[in-house]
Design a protein around this ligand. Structure first.
Ligand code: DGY
Length: 326
């Protein structure tokens, strides 16, 4: 920081309860207001807490919009510990001269593991089978007990072939002998396609030709309800749909209806349009595994995400280039 501001320590708000040893690194260089009880701030509370701050450490739960930025004239940097930035109005940040940083790469493998776990859990009905056992309903081994589709050796369609999509493709090809189709805004280079053994398809062809479909694309206005009733009708009737992207990518009511009507094999969902609220239609849908947005939640990965967010924040507050700007 320069001039008058260099005499003062910058003020930072850490919006959620984060690993204390990582926040301590921030406290060494800034005056930190934290939120140890971990309550998610209302927009008004966020405006109040960020009103006199130069830096914000946020998660995906805090919405940074134009109204908030208007109320926070001193804000210089918003550092989110997520890779997704759909909770941040990037154009408004540009207009207000606010640097935005995020946390790519460090969560790729952990998130890919979880995507695969959801694919397996939903296709093989692991949650329903466990409830059946715990409810005392298991009285005998039966030939068709929870008999469903296979994962290995089938075709996986990946929508969104960024870092996480590619990490899932590697698991699918090398671990499960699958054929991988993908859809992306832009096809990958021929070299990367060869390395991944992945074939580009239009979205409709991917939905028709894949036994299972996994969504790993970033959310944007164009991706809103990308998978709706029409797209679900294109999918194979015993396909599994996995969503580790953002809830808004799927029309959840149409999905619940397809599951109820037996027009889709199963669904594994880690993200929801109105999360943490989950639509009752989805809660009631059969053959569905629902998890509370935890795909990146291993301790080493959550620590790495928080560390990268703090490193970004400190760099910008010191007037240095951020490590991973948006
Ligand atoms: C992200 O980083 O965007 C995830 O969705 C949060 O874990």
């Amino acid at each position: 920081m320069s001039g008058h501001a260099s005499l003062q320590r910058p003020r930072v708000f850490v919006a959620r309860a984060v690993f204390p040893d990582i926040v301590a690194q921030l406290e060494a260089v800034a005056d930190v207001e934290s939120n140890p009880d971990d309550a998610v701030c209302t927009p008004a509370q966020l405006r109040e807490r960020l009103g006199d701050k130069q830096g914000a450490f946020i998660t995906g739960s805090e919405r940074i919009d134009r109204a908030l930025l208007d109320a926070c004239p001193e804000l210089k940097v918003v550092s989110t510990m997520t890779v997704g930035v759909d909770h941040i109005d990037l154009a408004a940040c540009v207009d207000h001269g606010v640097t935005v940083t995020h946390a790519p790469d460090v969560l790729t493998e952990t998130t890919a593991d979880f995507g695969f776990a959801l694919l397996l859990a939903a296709t093989r009905q692991i949650s329903a089978a466990e409830h059946y056992l715990r409810d005392g309903r298991w009285t005998k081994w039966s030939v068709d007990l929870f008999a469903g589709a296979d994962v290995h050796g089938t075709t996986l369609g990946i929508v969104g072939m960024g870092r996480i999509g590619q990490a899932i493709a590697r698991r699918a090809v090398h671990g499960f002998g699958m054929r991988v189709l993908y859809h992306n805004r832009r096809p990958l280079s021929a070299e990367v396609e060869r390395e991944l053994h992945a074939e580009y398809r239009s979205l409709d062809d991917l939905l028709r030709q894949s036994r299972h479909v996994l969504l790993a694309l970033p959310y944007s206005a164009q991706a809103h309800h990308l998978i709706g009733a029409r797209e679900l009708a294109l999918m194979q009737p015993d396909a599994t749909l996995v969503n580790i992207a953002r809830g808004g990518v799927v029309d959840e009511i149409a999905l619940a209806k397809a599951l109820h009507d037996g027009r889709l094999g199963a669904a594994g969902l880690d993200v929801f349009e109105g999360e943490p609220r989950v639509d009752p239609a989805l809660l009631a849908a059969p053959r569905t595994v629902l998890t509370p947005h935890i795909a990146s939640s291993s301790v080493p990965t959550r620590r790495a995400m928080a560390q990268l967010a703090v490193d970004n924040l400190i760099a910008v507050l010191r007037g240095q280039p951020p490590l991973t700007p948006v």
